[in-house]
Design a protein around this ligand. Structure first.
Ligand SMILES: [Zn+2]
Length: 405
């Protein structure tokens, strides 16, 4: 079948310009299917109208089609499209409906459609008759066309990447479903008070968390359904984090997307400070969760028996590789594994005969409290082992998170 033959074959049953043109959607870029359809319909009409073909005794198949189609055309003129049921004529109405419902305050959207199975069957029946060379699926065209109309009607932008909302136009029920995507906010926090877990604690043991403190003003501003804090690692509950720890706050199911970052940051309490807030995305969440950064800690260490300044010299020999089994205190939620970890730098300061300070730089995943105590032999070597003195970490602060780049 050449193009004209195929066109005539399609038009044996009523077809709108979009459905006609779409069967040639892969030919001639820069045209809409509607434009392709109009052109082909005109050419088909001209060929049918050609006097030479009428009454010719020796007709090729093509002429058969032409005459056959002329009759059909007369019968089907102005009839509803047998493929799409004139769905394209109704798209404008749907776009207006989308524009009327401006909740969620979105600036970008992704749009999809749900078609009745009947429509898809009709399209397949057409393909059975005329083949699928050059065609584009109905759903692809409808998605594109409703997207263009919705852009014009809402002044929002169609976006495949990180859209504010996802829309589904359900042509069966006539409903438009809009689902807001989460808002992601990057920032860095300091935790200035001990005794606050990073994320919500299941029991009532802790009244709040770093996550809840940061999320509160954003939840009020966006009226979100929930929140999550994705931190670049986490400090112990009883440790302060004096370093600026990168995080991404995720607000789930927001009803508004206005987030005046500076103003909201000002409403976060004194126990937790934030800086460098800016819009973020799910890719950054992944990056932050995967980051393996060195950290520098400061620890106040108490010894069981007196230690001299000379004794403390031995501390330096801990620099290098150590072996650490999962600490007893986290065994209830972590697998019992043995890991190799690097202690990269250590400095100490004698305070009194039972107290000294440590400043330790270690690779990601190094447990500092156990490096000091030895955790009953699970961490080796340890400060306790080297000093032959039972040492305990009394206070711990994260001083620096060595973010690369
Ligand atoms: Zn149609």
């Amino acid at each position: 079948m050449n193009l004209l033959e195929k066109t005539l074959r399609i038009l044996e049953q009523p077809a709108c310009d979009n459905c006609l043109g779409r069967q040639f959607g892969q030919l001639l870029s820069g045209f809409t299917n509607n434009e392709r359809g109009k052109l082909l319909r005109t050419i088909a009409a001209m060929s049918i109208d050609n006097e030479d073909y009428k009454g010719a005794a020796d007709m090729s198949n093509f002429h058969d089609y032409a005459f056959h189609n002329l009759e059909i055309k007369a019968k089907t003129a102005g009839k509803q499209c047998s493929v799409c049921g004139d769905i394209f004529a109704r798209l404008e109405k749907y776009a207006e409906k989308i524009a009327k419902n401006r909740q969620y305050g979105y600036k970008t959207f992704l749009i999809g459609t749900r078609l009745s199975s009947g429509l898809i069957e009709k399209e397949e029946a057409l393909w059975e008759r005329v083949g699928i060379d050059y065609c584009e699926p109905l759903k692809a065209e409808i998605n594109r066309e409703i997207g263009k109309l919705a852009e014009a009607a809402t002044k929002a932008r169609f976006s495949r990447k990180n859209p504010d909302v996802n829309m589904i136009v359900n042509f069966g029920s006539g409903r438009i479903e809009i689902t807001p995507n989460p808002i992601f906010i990057y920032g860095e926090y300091q935790k200035l008070k001990r005794g606050i877990p990073q994320t919500r604690w299941p029991s009532k043991k802790y009244r709040t968390s770093v996550e809840e403190i940061i999320a509160k003003p954003f939840m009020l501003a966006t009226r979100g359904r929930g929140h999550k804090l994705h931190g670049m690692g986490r400090e112990d509950i009883d440790a302060r984090c004096l370093a600026w720890r990168p995080f991404v706050l995720e607000i789930i199911g927001p009803k508004k997307r206005e987030t005046a970052m500076k103003k909201l940051a000002g409403k976060i309490g004194k126990e937790v400070k934030v800086r460098n807030l800016r819009p973020s995305n799910i890719e950054e969440v992944r990056r932050i969760k995967e980051a393996r950064t060195d950290k520098t800690y400061r620890a106040v260490v108490k010894c069981n028996k007196p230690a001299s300044k000379e004794d403390l010299e031995k501390i330096k020999s801990i620099v290098g590789e150590i072996s650490q089994r999962t600490p007893k205190r986290v065994l209830h939620r972590r697998a019992d594994l043995r890991r190799k970890r690097h202690v990269k730098q250590i400095k100490y300061k004698y305070m009194d005969k039972k107290t000294f300070l440590l400043e330790i730089r270690g690779e990601a995943g190094l447990y500092i409290k156990e490096l000091i105590s030895g955790d009953g032999g699970r961490t080796r070597p340890s400060i306790s082992e080297l000093l032959k003195n039972e040492c305990t970490c009394k206070e711990l602060d994260v001083m620096k998170i060595h973010v690369k780049g």
